[in-house]
Design a protein around this ligand. Sequence first.
Ligand SMILES: Nc1nc2c(ncn2[C@@H]2O[C@H](COP(=O)(O)OP(=O)(O)OP(=O)(O)O)[C@@H](O)[C@H]2O)c(=O)[nH]1
Ligand SMILES: [Mg+2]
Length: 290
Amino acid sequence: MAKGFGARLKSLFGIKRFDESYFEELEELLIEGDLGSKLTMQISDEVRDLVRKKKDLTTKDLQLLVKEQLRPMVHTFHPAIDRNALNVFLILGVNGVGKTTTIAKIARLYKAQGYSVTLAAADTFRAAAIDQLEVHADRLGVRIVKQESGSDPGAVVFDAITSARARGDQLLLVDTAGRMHNKEHLVRELAKIDKIVQTKGVDPAHYKKFLVIDSTTGQNGLSQATIFHQAIRLDALILSKYDSLAKGGALIQIGDSLGLPISFVGVGEKYGDLELFEAEPFLDSLVGLA
Ligand SMILES: Nc1nc2c(ncn2[C@@H]2O[C@H](COP(=O)(O)OP(=O)(O)OP(=O)(O)O)[C@@H](O)[C@H]2O)c(=O)[nH]1
Ligand SMILES: [Mg+2]
């Protein structure tokens, strides 16, 4: 959903001629906004209802109505870190979505809160991926555990957990590959990493799996997310590149279809460009209220 969606919704709501073409235009806009046909019809029906019931309907009444329809579909998860244990965050996503950048941002966030953070370079598929993570680790002053490119990502994670524990670290952020020879290979690798974290006895309460979704991805984001969720039960989503043309409707659909909350939002390329996800401002900007 382009940023213009809220503005277009608002201008459509400014029209007071509620004839059939009005509802056609509304439905078209909602579909284009990636809200899906079911939700589109639901919202359109609610608007029809409100138009019948309420005289002197304002633009704001209509924006609030759409927001109320969307609210039950948006959930928030702000991960808490147990200072007395090793917490492991696995960061997943297809290539280029912003995994490595997001890891650096999360590392900075928790380091600033006084936690000791280590990065694990488990994207061993691409040589440059390890170097990229190392550059971030150096700049941020956090430790990195790595092996040679092409080595087994599971072995990197195994070592990283062992050494992070030995040092008494509180947060281990695991970078993973988004690209593999094929989908089956990727799914197998991820399942293996997941198994190793469990075998190492990391308490499920301290182990969270995040899928990074590029906010400019439309409908195919849902099929991507479904593959990851099936391979390795996800805990939450991270929206990256929300400063670009965000597809808000698609993001709502992904979260709702998979029953996943949203944790963080990336709003730029700098380390400080990470926000905790909040439903209210997200929904306000979506319907043009903010
Ligand atoms: N504008 C903007 N750009 C971002 C954001 N997050 C990441 N990027 C950019 O997206 C590009 C890809 O980011 P990476 O962190 O390398 O993505 P990745 O998922 O690790 O990529 P692979 O390792 O190749 O799979 C980089 O140019 C980042 O600067 C964001 O929140 N906003
Ligand atoms: Mg990367």
